[in-house]
Design a protein around this ligand. Structure first.
Ligand code: NAD
Length: 327
């Protein structure tokens, strides 16, 4: 039976992988220093913050690893060309529940805009004052969606449900979908200058790294809100902090962060946070951060486990993978 080592696992992952194959669960992330733990495995199953760069892949190949099964959609953390050069197969879960991420994106916006997090804490302290809790109606506002793939489209449709005007930008626009939902594709610069809320749903690629940087942030409408539930490196954090300090940016909600590796998913409550930019972000009253939890619904976890096990079985039985799965 195929032996598969799982990395960066927590109890909420493990409970969905109750399957006969020989699964070994590691809490640690997979990178060069931990690659030796895959000894004897033909498969490694990894998540968003495992780092499968050249040195790590070389060590895995030496130990006989033939399959990299990503239990996520994004694959920016794997050197695909080198893995293929080493004769490895790389598979992912291309779509598990785009609704989970889209719904979390909107939850972040509603929380940030209506100050629900602050109100919750206040009321528990018997502080029933409303000072500083002012928000705005989403109805009638303009929302810019960058990346109209599976998640971006659902997010756009939810915002249409609120009665917002939705602008979109994508390298490959879906004209029929846009027409059906009364959504308008525009150039990136127009989206940035006219949106009250900008939400990122593109994958992290060399071309999308620091999509929001000093220049593009300066193009934003003053007071605009930025939502990022896609990948941290889409935003230049230094430029983001500058935009918040000058009050050009109205608010930021992040489920992902540029340097989240080794921080997100961990309980560091007894530690001294070493990341000064993350520490600074946490001081702004108009910044809301969750630690990469947008995917975390029962539905998504079940679907991730089902697809990952199917990918491993297909590899084991030399069957073709489902479309969009193999990278
Ligand atoms: P998708 O592949 O369905 O859609 C991505 C879209 O981005 C495509 O339509 C593509 O054409 C477009 N795109 C690519 N490069 C672009 C560019 N330079 N400019 C404009 N558009 C561009 O992906 P998806 O399933 O919607 O997921 C989007 C991203 O969400 C993933 O890549 C992943 O990084 C992130 N994600 C986050 C979580 C989480 O828990 N926070 C969970 C799943 C996915």
């Amino acid at each position: 039976m195929l032996k598969c080592c799982f990395y960066d696992t927590k109890s909420y992952d493990r409970k969905y992988f109750t399957h006969g194959a020989e699964f070994q669960f590691h809490e640690c992330r997979l990178h060069t220093n931990t690659a030796a733990t895959a000894n004897g495995a033909q498969c490694v199953c990894v998540f968003v913050n495992d780092r499968l760069d050249r040195p790590c892949l070389k060590l895995l190949a030496k130990q006989g690893v033939k399959l990299i099964a990503l239990r996520c959609a994004g694959f920016n953390n794997v050197d695909l060309d080198y893995a293929k050069e080493l004769g490895m197969k790389i598979v992912r879960v291309p779509a598990y529940s785009p609704n989970s991420v889209a719904e979390h994106t909107v939850a972040l916006l509603l929380t940030l805009n209506r100050k629900i997090h602050r109100a919750f804490n206040r009321v528990r302290e018997l502080n029933f004052s409303l000072n500083g809790l002012e928000g705005f109606d989403i109805n009638g506002r303009t929302v810019g969606i960058i990346g109209t793939g599976k998640i971006g489209r659902i997010t756009a449709q939810i915002f249409r449900g609120f009665g917002a005007k939705v602008l979109a930008n994508d390298l490959f626009p879906s004209s029929d979908w846009a027409m059906e939902n009364n959504i308008e594709y525009v150039e990136l610069s127009e989206l940035l200058t006219t949106s009250d809320i900008v939400s990122l749903h593109v994958p992290l690629l060399p071309e999308t790294q620091h999509l929001l940087n000093e220049e593009t942030i300066s193009q934003l409408k003053p007071g605009a809100i930025i939502l990022n539930t896609s990948r941290g490196k889409l935003i230049d954090t230094t430029a983001l902090i500058q935009g918040l300090k000058t009050r050009h940016i109205g608010g930021v909600a992040l489920d992902v962060y540029e340097e989240e590796e080794g921080v997100f998913f961990e309980d560091l409550s007894g530690e001294v946070l070493q990341d000064d930019e993350l520490s600074r972000l946490l001081t702004f009253p108009n910044v809301l951060i969750t630690s990469h939890q947008a995917f975390l619904t029962k539905d998504a976890l079940q679907e991730i486990a089902k697809s990952t096990i199917s990918n491993i079985e297909k590899f084991e039985n030399s069957e073709p993978f489902l479309e969009g799965t193999e990278l």
